[in-house]
Write a protein that binds this ligand. Structure first.
Ligand SMILES: Nc1ncnc2c1ncn2[C@@H]1O[C@H](COP(=O)(O)OP(=O)(O)O)[C@@H](O)[C@H]1O
Ligand SMILES: [Mg+2]
Length: 130
């Protein structure tokens, strides 16, 4: 299935098809996400809301390529990230994903600014100033 398209002329940058995630619990699989179909559009500001334990963090870990799905598909800029090997997934995370964790994971020997620009530095992006 093609993961990207234009819906009302809005470009889809992130899409899931029948996304499922379960965690092992007492020798069984406990389902957390059941058949999630969603589209995120370029330039939109999208908010995911739900009760505590609803699966918001689980969904974000999957969308950002930090955890593996149980079944279904995730497309980031048309790329089926659920099928990428760890090297390619790691590159996508560096290139296209920014993530602010609930628990802070900053590098303590760097300043806040250095933490923010680190991915760009690793990608050797030129620094733009206004
Ligand atoms: N690593 C894990 N192992 C087992 N169960 C988990 C794990 N992470 C989350 N869960 C369970 O999955 C459900 C959704 O959790 P989570 O995604 O953190 O919800 P939210 O972020 O919406 O509060 C909860 O029932 C939680 O206990
Ligand atoms: Mg959470």
């Amino acid at each position: 299935m093609n993961g990207i398209g234009f819906n009302n002329m809005k470009e889809i940058i992130l899409k899931t098809d029948c996304l499922c995630k379960s965690y092992p619990l007492d020798g069984k699989e406990a389902p957390v996400l059941n058949n999630i179909n969603m589209e995120i559009y370029k330039h939109d500001f999208t908010v995911i809301m739900g009760n505590s334990g609803a699966g918001k963090s689980t969904l974000l870990y999957l969308l950002s390529g930090m955890d593996n799905l149980t079944s279904g598909a995730i497309y980031l800029n048309n790329l089926p990230i659920h099928q990428l090997n760890e090297n390619k997934l790691s590159f996508q995370r560096k290139q296209n994903i920014g993530f602010v964790f609930q628990q802070i994971h900053l590098l303590h020997n760097l300043t806040v600014l250095e933490n923010i620009i680190l991915p760009g530095f690793l990608l050797k992006k030129k620094r733009k100033r206004k």
